[in-house]
Design a protein. Structure first.
Length: 367
């Protein structure tokens, strides 16, 4: 079971909004947390930031922008991750800023402003290469808050959910998740179908992929009906050939908005998610031993309780996303065996990037 031992803030926002926190534990004992600063929810002006902890996430230094020179020119949404060699990566989407205060979302097309993908690299978390962009393999925009997975074989794997753009004439197949594979350290990329949904009105958001202890790849996403604006149970797939092919889409049995993953050395996978529509509301954490046909749920508990699920009392449905009061959690295994969860929040007690330190006990617990 999971027990929350500490809670606090990585970064307190005095103004504006924050998004997409992810962490990486370094060999020198530091923990880095990447996240985005933003003037307001929905505005196309994401600025990647990095905060640092030297005591396994209990206290944090002041956050700094990764590429201050790009602010105002490009909106960059990215996630930090480590690799078997110790090299660090930022993977995400890059969107040009054409006017201050513009939105990255169009209600008319239910789409994102046109973007591309990018990778940046660092040996120490302090100095980063410039974002190296690469194109999508098919029409549309990319929604891709999940981190890059550098496999033990050396292959790079990431994924994204296709979205409409602002152009109503661009035909986009929303009913899938696309995996991107590179065998030459990001010089070239090729796409593979990671998930295909049976219903053409279905879509995905916040897809992730990780490598399990036995070398299989495990992918999961927030699964929804795009036309109805309703949520299904989160979906998952497995690959036995490092992303070339994937198992049929299966259900985790958990209906939760947003998904982030982390593998455990014993072969299990952790899945953290939001619960905004049913009590108790907050950030939940699940552990599973998955097969292609069965998620293999072993534990599922709330680890951070929200004071409010939305900022002004809306329903918490997908269509009201600009009113959400917390979101985009992620989970990282720390060197001492504990877990660090981070998430953005806009709560009466404080706004910014929150954290919860969690311990794992041997007995399973499913609430």
């Amino acid at each position: 079971m999971f027990v929350t031992t500490e809670q606090g803030f990585v970064f307190r926002a005095i103004s504006g909004a924050t998004a997409g926190p992810r962490c990486a534990a370094l060999a020198d004992g530091r923990v880095l947390c990447s996240f985005m600063a933003q003037s307001k929810l929905g505005v196309n002006d994401f600025v990647p930031m990095i905060a640092e902890s030297r005591d396994l996430g209990r206290t944090w230094s002041g956050a700094r922008p990764v590429w201050p020179e790009l602010a105002g020119h490009y909106s960059l949404f990215c996630s930090i991750s480590g690799s078997p060699s110790g090299e660090l990566f930022l993977y995400g989407s890059r969107t040009r800023i054409d006017a201050p205060g513009e939105s990255f979302w169009s209600d008319a097309t239910q789409g994102l402003k046109a973007n591309d993908l990018f990778i940046a690299r660092s040996q120490d978390g302090d100095r980063w290469t410039e974002p190296a962009s690469f194109r999508l393999p098919e029409p549309g925009a990319a929604e891709c808050p999940g981190a890059l997975c550098v496999t033990r074989s050396g292959r790079w794997v990431c994924c994204y959910s296709p979205y409409n753009t602002f152009d109503p004439d661009v035909r986009v197949k929303r009913d899938r998740v696309v995996a991107m594979l590179s065998d030459d350290c990001g010089l070239t990329w090729r796409g593979r179908r990671m998930m295909d949904f049976a219903n053409p009105d279905d879509g995905a958001a916040e897809a992730w992929v990780v490598e399990l202890a036995d070398g299989r790849l495990f992918g999961a996403c927030w699964h929804m009906n795009v036309r109805a604006g309703s949520d299904y149970e989160n979906a998952f797939v497995i690959s036995n050939d490092v992303g070339e092919t994937w198992s049929p889409v299966a259900s985790t049995g958990i209906r939760g908005q947003s998904v982030a993953l982390a593998p455990l050395p014993d072969g299990r996978v952790l899945m953290v998610y939001n619960q905004r529509k049913a009590d108790p509301r907050g950030v939940w954490l699940a552990a599973a031993t998955p097969s292609a046909a069965d998620f293999g749920l072993q534990a599922n508990r709330i680890v951070w309780r929200a004071e409010n699920s939305t900022q002004s009392g809306t329903s918490g449905e997908h269509a009201t996303w600009t009113d959400f009061a917390f979101g985009e959690p992620s989970v990282t295994l720390l060197p001492d065996g504990s877990l660090l969860l981070v998430f953005w929040c806009a709560q009466p007690s404080g706004s910014g990037i929150g954290f919860a330190r969690v311990t794992m006990e041997s007995s399973s617990m499913v609430d």
